[in-house]
Design a protein around this ligand. Structure first.
Ligand SMILES: [Zn+2]
Length: 247
């Protein structure tokens, strides 16, 4: 279904050899917002994309909330060992553990329960939900509307709509872009890309958090249909000692 994210994608070594990421301007978290809402199409996108940034904001006293748009029940549609509802339960639990490892335990998670793989059908509903959670003092961090996964793109569009209605500041983050894009790729708006450096303790906490997503980073079983979703080549692109946001 997602041609852009077939295969192994652009290796992290290519991104690092480019030098363009290291040269990005740093995003100043100050002045801090009163609150930040991160919108995750699947349980893990918030940690993979901006987990370190969320930890920094939380540590600085910003109220961080997560909007979990789907429960990620469609990651293994042909699994012979786990049903979709079991997978949803597993992934909700993994998300809670991962956020805890970033020091974000106890934060509010708003679970929309929209169907994984079909978020484009619920764009207006999600925009309405987000509009109720945002205001002009809030940052809205969401997957980039051209990230290349239909759910991520739909989520990005909903967030953009809600941000424009409320005056919230929209900060987009790439996840699958790192897979399909190339260094200096003209499809990526590099001029609005900013880097959020992560202190070592935060970068380490993020890597630890990512390992909570066992259902995604390991096979569910040795049987066909239970394959790893996020292999080491994917994680390498998402566990740098900085994160990238698009203004
Ligand atoms: Zn996702």
């Amino acid at each position: 279904m997602v041609r852009l994210i077939e295969g192994l994608g652009t290796p992290e070594s290519s991104w690092q050899a480019w030098g363009g990421l290291a040269a990005l301007d740093i995003f100043d978290l100050h002045p801090l917002p009163a609150s930040a809402v991160v919108v995750a199409p699947h349980p893990d996108d918030e940690v993979l994309g901006v987990g370190g940034t969320l930890a920094l904001l939380h540590t600085a006293g910003v109220t961080v909330r997560v909007v979990a748009v789907s429960d990620g029940a469609a990651s293994h549609p042909h699994s012979p060992t786990v049903t979709a509802s079991q997978l949803a339960e597993i992934r909700r639990a993994e998300q809670n553990v991962a956020l805890g490892r970033l020091g974000l335990d106890g934060i509010q998670i708003h679970r929309c329960g929209l169907p994984d793989g079909h978020l484009d059908r619920y764009e207006a509903d999600l925009a309405d939900t987000l509009t109720g959670l945002l205001d002009e003092h809030t940052w809205c961090l969401a997957t980039w509307a051209r990230d290349g996964h239909p759910d991520h793109d739909a989520t990005g569009r909903s967030a953009a709509t809600a941000a424009s209605h409320t005056g919230a500041r929209l900060l987009s983050f790439p996840v699958w872009t790192w897979h399909w894009a190339q260094p200096a790729d003209p499809r990526v708006p590099w001029s609005t890309a900013r880097r959020v450096p992560l202190p070592p303790v935060i970068a380490d906490a993020k890597r630890h958090a990512v390992h909570a997503f066992a259902s995604q980073i390991e096979p569910l079983s040795a049987q066909p249909g239970d394959e790893t979703i996020l292999g080491p080549h994917v994680l390498a692109r998402l566990t740098r000692d900085y994160e990238v946001i698009l203004l």
